[in-house]
Ligand binder design. Structure first.
Ligand SMILES: [Zn+2]
Length: 106
């Protein structure tokens, strides 16, 4: 399996795929990430892809596998905002907004 294909799966999952793990090659978030780590580590230091870093894989892991957050106001579970995904991972790292009460959670 190509690493770029696995990354494309992750982008789709976090974007238009609505976090449906059926869209992942591995069919499971953690297995998908584990496979990406494995493939990434197969590359020797000067072969490592320029379009993906190990830190990015860890970011995907955080976004896809991390435990659910709960809003301190309404106690609803919150998943990372996926509609802003195209603007970059930074949007996720900076915080999350509760869809119910629009509380910003850090
Ligand atoms: Zn809320």
């Amino acid at each position: 399996m190509m690493l770029s294909r696995l990354q494309t799966d992750c982008k789709y999952y976090l974007g238009n795929g609505n976090r449906n793990k059926e869209n992942l090659w591995a069919g499971d978030e953690q297995r998908q990430i584990d496979e990406m780590k494995k493939l990434y580590n197969i590359f020797s230091e000067d072969e490592k892809p320029e379009w993906l870093t190990y830190e990015q894989i860890l970011d995907y892991e955080k976004l896809m596998v991390s435990e659910k957050l709960f809003c301190p106001n309404c106690q609803k579970s919150i998943t990372p905002i996926t509609t802003e995904y195209e603007e970059g991972l930074e949007n996720f790292e900076s915080g999350k907004i509760c869809p119910e009460c629009e509380e910003y959670i850090y």
